[in-house]
Design a protein around this ligand. Structure first.
Ligand SMILES: [Zn+2]
Length: 130
């Protein structure tokens, strides 16, 4: 059910499911619409933009896969289309991340055979004015 999500990520596009009946978007992928129950959900490309809904900064990690990456930001990003997803916000200035920060998807993180979408600040220079 999530094949199009991963194919999109490999192609540099963030894809979501959209209900052909009620028009709502959803994430994570499911075989039916969580708003109206219709089974007619289709995959659509998104603009890849959203805002930080909430986040935490990992300053020390013992997990072997990311032990050298700290500090890093784990965030829930709310996409312009509505759904939220758990992801990373990549920045050298982790202390400048804030709730409501505009972010955009980036597709250069490969783990194994999959490309994972992460997010980067959309207007890094704007942070200086806060
Ligand atoms: Zn629906």
């Amino acid at each position: 059910v999530n094949e199009q999500y991963w194919a999109g990520a490999a192609a540099g596009v963030l894809r979501l499911q959209r209900c052909a009946r009620c028009g709502s978007h959803q994430f994570y992928p499911r075989p039916l619409c969580i708003s109206c129950g219709a089974e007619d959900v289709v995959w659509v490309d998104t603009c890849g933009r959203g805002v930080v809904h909430t986040f935490t900064i990992v300053r020390k990690s013992g997990t072997p896969a990311v032990v050298g990456d700290a500090p890093f930001v784990v965030a829930i990003v709310e996409l312009e289309e509505g759904p939220r997803l758990t992801t990373n916000v990549r920045t050298d200035r982790v202390d400048d991340v804030y709730i409501g920060m505009p972010v955009t998807a980036c597709f250069d993180v490969k783990r194994g055979e999959r490309t994972y979408p992460i997010f980067v600040p959309e207007h890094p220079a704007a942070d200086d004015k806060r």
